[in-house]
Ligand binder design. Sequence first.
Ligand code: HEC
Length: 122
Amino acid sequence: MRKILVLIGALALVGCTSAQPLAVDLTPSAERGLKLSQQSGCASCHGADFGGGTGPTWQGIIGQSVAFKGGSSGVVDRDYLVEAIKYPDKKLRVGYSVAMPYNNLTDDQISDIVDYIEALSQ
Ligand code: HEC
């Protein structure tokens, strides 16, 4: 019994320090999106918890107004996120000097990542 309690305690500790950025309930596709984002180098610019860094935050981004270089602006929704991942240089946001690199994610993988980004706005 004592051993089991120690084990549970150890697991709880691991849970607290794991790489899982935010304690949100993720659907299977959003879970895949999180893993893809970590494996594809997105976290290096968007933050270990996707709270932003060299690139903008993904937390609470759905519905936000964003300004683009050249004077136009838009509201972040699913279509915008898909486009931003597929064609990183199509719309450039004001306030960021580093260019986001192109990736070779498939449409399905991009969809999973966008599911994850949407989960960060729930
Ligand atoms: C070298 C840094 C860098 C890397 C790596 C990177 N990004 Fe970005 N990302 C940026 C910057 C800077 C912007 C904002 C400027 C712009 O519009 O290009 C951006 C914008 C975005 C946006 C639009 C969000 C918004 O607020 O406008 C999405 C979505 C996004 N990135 C997803 C990704 C994904 C998914 C990956 C991994 C495959 C990734 N990024 C990798 C730097 C990066």
